[in-house]
Design a binder for this molecule. Structure first.
Ligand code: FPP
Length: 259
């Protein structure tokens, strides 16, 4: 097995034991396969997104229970606007339904909502739902549930570089003083410090691509790909992915004692 969980039946995975000392602090997920899940059931694509939203509820609580500090979910990319209008409209309304029904559970579980992306380009109702959820959970100090909404990593890096260039232009920052930390601080993950970078990036549905997600931040992330489509992803699948993560030897370019 090479970073790829090919079990289709998540129930098979529930005998996993995780090392509680090595739970990844930041888990990021590319939630893929909603459309194919729906198609296999002769349902419209949006039925897959609706079921995918229910999966978000289950996985947010499961990750929080496991002790994850930040769960970042790729909910809508800057490229997803290319989809048919009906689907885009449905995806824009999902955060409204999600937060309408789920904020009390998030508060009960001490989960704080965060959002990264070009939120000001979202429809007004979506922006309001997001702002309200952030406000209603602001005192929670457990896991951060971080939605990437209208997010794209190249655009994020360009925005960050522009902000840095402006400081250079005004003389506030010398070019020689720019370090990797300067860019960390200019990116949309800056408020997640010290957990800016995912320890593990999971992608569901068998696709093995990064799709413009957290390109800078995943430099040393472990990548886990599973065949399971997002609507079928369960707490047991999450545990299996984290067990795969825990089996890796993270060296960050260096050597370990074993070598
Ligand atoms: C990718 O599957 C999924 C998306 C583009 C949308 C993801 C959104 C959710 C899971 C719901 C988000 C919930 C909240 C609360 C914001 P796809 O449509 O590309 O699937 P396919 O590759 O099988 O067609």
């Amino acid at each position: 097995m090479f970073g790829f969980l090919n079990k289709e039946d998540p129930a098979d995975n529930d005998n996993v034991t995780l090392d509680p000392q090595r739970i990844p602090a930041h888990v990021a997920i590319i939630m893929d396969g909603n459309g194919r899940w729906a198609k296999a059931r002769h349902l419209p694509r949006v039925a897959g997104h609706k079921e995918g939203m229910n999966t978000v509820k289950k996985i947010a609580i499961a990750a929080s229970d496991l002790g994850v500090k930040v769960l970042t979910l790729y909910a809508f990319s800057t490229e997803n606007w290319k989809r048919p209008n009906d689907e885009v409209n449905y995806l824009m309304q999902l955060p409204v339904s999600f937060f309408d029904t789920f904020v009390p559970d998030l508060v009960k579980n001490n989960v704080r909502v965060a959002v990264m992306g070009y939120v000001d380009k979202l429809p007004a109702a979506t922006q309001k739902a997001v702002r309200d959820a952030i406000e209603d959970t602001k005192d929670c100090d457990g896991m951060v549930l971080n939605f990437a909404l209208n997010y794209g990593s190249r655009a994020e890096i360009v925005s960050g570089v522009q902000a840095i260039a402006e400081k250079v232009a005004t003389g506030e920052l010398a070019p020689q003083a720019i370090t990797s930390a300067t860019l960390d601080q200019a990116l949309m993950t800056a408020p997640l410090a010290p957990y800016n970078d995912p320890d593990v990036l999971i992608r569901t549905s068998g696709e093995e691509r990064i799709s413009n997600f957290l390109l800078w931040q995943i430099a040393y992330s472990e990548l886990v790909f599973t065949d399971v489509k997002w609507p079928d992803f369960t707490a047991a699948t999450l545990k299996a992915c984290l067990a795969d993560y825990q089996s890796r030897d993270r060296r960050f370019g260096g050597l370990t004692d074993k070598k």
